[in-house]
Design a protein around this ligand. Structure first.
Ligand SMILES: Nc1nc2c(c(=O)[nH]1)N[C@H]1C(S)=C(S)[C@@H](COP(=O)(O)O)O[C@H]1N2
Ligand SMILES: [Mo]
Length: 434
């Protein structure tokens, strides 16, 4: 027992204890708490609409409990986008991590003394596990993985589609620590003939008009290999999860879009028949075509076969420079950014300074695992003062490379077109006047 638990450092264990004691109740009143937020010194001032105004969505900075000021998309349910500058670090800080909920009545407190994780349905031995049973009786494991909303970058879709008009900041990367989902399922004993496992969190409230759904439910196939890597996480970057990101427990499905990453996870339900609830049967489905592509015309004509969304296609981003200021000609600039893929390791990142005509390889940063952000950097010394179109594209270990063509589907999912950034190079700084 002692041996097994050494995966979690003493520091982590202490934090957990304080989570179980001091933080058992995370309480707030939305309206008052927001004003009391400490100003985060690391936040950069909004640099205004530069030549590339829409890396992030356009919205006011809002303060929510346990959160740095983030870009507000909607209030009820709360949706917050992470500003570009936070992606300079490979791990996204918990207080800057984006937030997305579907239903308006989200929990604002969880009392761990009363809370328990239920494993039920088509199992031999239904279980209710207390928070300390979860942390003490099961071996802690950690995985670094990107959490990205299926609708990240939806605001790029042409023609526009309904849904949160995210820029690129509905994503984040964290070290998740918790218990293997398979171990929990084994503890309860999945009965023969079971097909799926369903997840439910603590919130309620009316879903979309006419959907008849007042709980958010997501399910995965029991035979899905993604389940082998899934972790039920109680730590995010070594800290208890912020309430808005799913305290005290969330599902982490490395490589999969975040729609399956159930927050405030409280029910794990083994199903003997496929889940046909609104969030599986109607929402979060993509055309069963290459890249999930279709057209408004095909949709109107009907008959587009759809499948439940799953893994995230390969993406990459230039984080700095961000185009908010001119670069003097002849100056050496380090281009920096991130890349990731839900299909595995990033094997190559290339940059272009002529809008995708020619490419050269960037240097990859430290490997934090197949489903993590991978940082990259490249040197660039623009000699001629003019405007440049930088572009970045990544390739994953399956040989999938980002395309320069947009994708379109009615849900606004799976965007992974090559990102471009205008950079203005000005005259040599200082030199000419001396
Ligand atoms: N309980 C619960 N979990 C949820 C959701 C939700 O509405 N309720 N939304 C999912 C979707 S679609 C996304 S994009 C992610 C967002 O995770 P975050 O808010 O921690 O960034 O949570 C997922 N888990
Ligand atoms: Mo999402």
């Amino acid at each position: 027992m002692e041996q097994r638990r050494q995966n979690v450092s003493r520091r982590d264990a202490l934090k957990l204890l304080s989570a179980a004691g001091g933080l058992t109740i995370v309480k707030w009143s939305r309206s008052t708490f927001a004003e009391q937020l400490p100003v985060n010194q690391e936040i950069e001032p909004f640099t205004g609409p530069g030549p590339n105004p829409h890396w992030n969505s356009v919205g006011p900075y809002v303060g929510e409990p346990q959160k740095a000021p983030l870009i507000g998309l909607t209030d009820r349910p709360v949706q917050l986008e992470t500003p570009r500058s936070y992606f300079r670090s490979v791990f996204t800080p918990n207080d800057a991590f984006y937030v997305r909920w579907h239903l308006p009545d989200i929990p604002n407190r969880v009392d761990l003394a009363e809370w328990g994780l239920k494993i039920e349905g088509n199992v031999n031995k239904p279980l209710t596990l207390s928070f300390s049973e979860l942390t003490e009786k099961f071996k802690p494991v950690s995985v670094t993985a990107v959490n990205q909303c299926s609708g990240n970058s939806r605001s790029r879709f042409q023609p526009r589609v309904a849904g949160g008009q995210w820029g690129n900041g509905a994503m984040g990367n964290a070290l998740w620590t918790g218990v293997r989902l398979r171990e929990l399922l084994d503890a309860a004993g999945v009965k023969q003939g079971s097909v799926q496992v369903q997840f439910q969190g603590l919130e309620t409230g009316p879903g979309p008009q006419g959907s008849g759904s007042n709980v958010f439910l997501k399910s995965l196939e029991l035979s899905d290999s993604a389940l082998d890597e899934a972790v039920v996480a109680y730590l995010m970057n070594g800290e208890p999860l912020p309430m808005l990101n799913g305290f005290p427990l969330r599902l982490v499905v490395p490589g999969y879009f975040a729609t399956y990453w159930m927050k405030c996870l409280t029910w794990i339900r083994v199903l003997a028949t496929p889940d046909e609830n609104f969030w599986m049967k109607t929402a979060y489905r993509v055309p069963d075509t290459l890249r999930g592509n279709t057209t408004p015309e095909e949709m109107k004509a009907g008959g587009v076969k759809t499948i439940a969304i799953s893994r995230m296609p390969v993406r990459s981003f230039l984080i700095s420079p961000d185009g908010s200021s001119k670069i003097p000609a002849g100056m050496n600039v380090t281009l920096r950014g991130i890349a990731f893929s839900g299909y595995g390791k990033i094997v190559k990142v290339e940059v272009s300074e002529d809008g995708t005509k020619t490419w050269r390889e960037a240097r990859l940063g430290e490997d934090h695992g197949a489903y993590s952000f991978r940082t990259w950097e490249a040197q660039w010394t623009p000699k001629i003062p003019r405007s440049y179109t930088l572009a970045v594209r990544a390739t994953d270990e399956k040989g999938k490379v980002q395309p320069d063509e947009p994708v379109w589907n009615p849900g606004g999912y799976l965007w992974n077109k090559i990102e471009k950034q205008e950079i203005v190079v000005g005259k040599v700084s200082g030199g000419e006047s001396r």
